[in-house]
Design a protein around this ligand. Structure first.
Ligand SMILES: C[S@@+](CC[C@H](N)C(=O)[O-])C[C@H]1O[C@@H](n2cnc3c(N)ncnc32)[C@H](O)[C@@H]1O
Length: 172
């Protein structure tokens, strides 16, 4: 009896872990953190400052929104589906005492309006970027800066590019 319970417990744990890990891969790009040096380059590229409201679509462990607030003085919001990354982000916000400048929303960024953004940061895949581009075209105000790491936004012309750093800046 206990053996059976033990086996069921192990099986259930394995299923939960696999679903958890693959969840973001099913919904969108899986979690792959942008190196901190590249995060800084993205924020510098976009000229982020204390007047900005930054959104990171698929914010992972929160490194972009935390740096945007801590080093560049912006208000920042992350949108993330993965509950584990959300927990890490909340811990990072608390550790850095940034509760008044940074927040993270749990959800699918395609369902959340970001019209008040002045800067949007992205590290998603090529195909998802096509859908994101359509969302951004509808929601963002003229002049909003969009900075993407590794993947371009097809059909838009970047105003600044670093092939070496794989950073692309667009202005809507
Ligand atoms: C490549 S990682 C980038 C993480 C972070 N922006 C960074 O640069 O370090 C992509 C993140 O997007 C999240 N994601 C993918 N699709 C999403 C969606 N539709 N809504 C919210 N988050 C999503 C994944 O869970 C993952 O954490």
């Amino acid at each position: 009896m206990f053996d059976l319970l033990f086996v069921l417990l192990i099986e259930a744990s394995v299923i939960i872990i696999v679903v958890w890990i693959t969840w973001s891969a099913i919904v969108g790009a899986p979690w792959l953190p942008t190196p901190k040096s590249r995060v800084r380059s993205m924020l510098e590229f976009a000229g982020v400052n204390q007047n900005d409201r930054v959104y990171d679509l698929g914010s992972g462990d929160g490194r972009i929104i935390v740096m945007a607030a801590k080093e560049f003085g912006a208000q920042s919001t992350g949108i993330e589906v993965d509950p584990l990354r959300i927990l890490w982000t909340k811990l990072a916000i608390r550790r850095n005492k940034l509760g008044n400048k940074v927040n993270v929303i749990r959800g699918n960024f395609f369902n959340i309006n970001i019209e008040d953004a002045t800067v949007v940061t992205l590290y998603q895949g090529h195909e998802i970027n096509k859908k994101i581009r359509d969302k951004l075209s509808v929601e963002l105000r003229h002049g909003t800066r969009v900075v993407s790491y590794r993947f371009i936004l097809e059909g838009w012309s970047p105003v600044k590019t670093s092939e070496e750093k794989s950073v692309y800046l667009y202005i809507v």
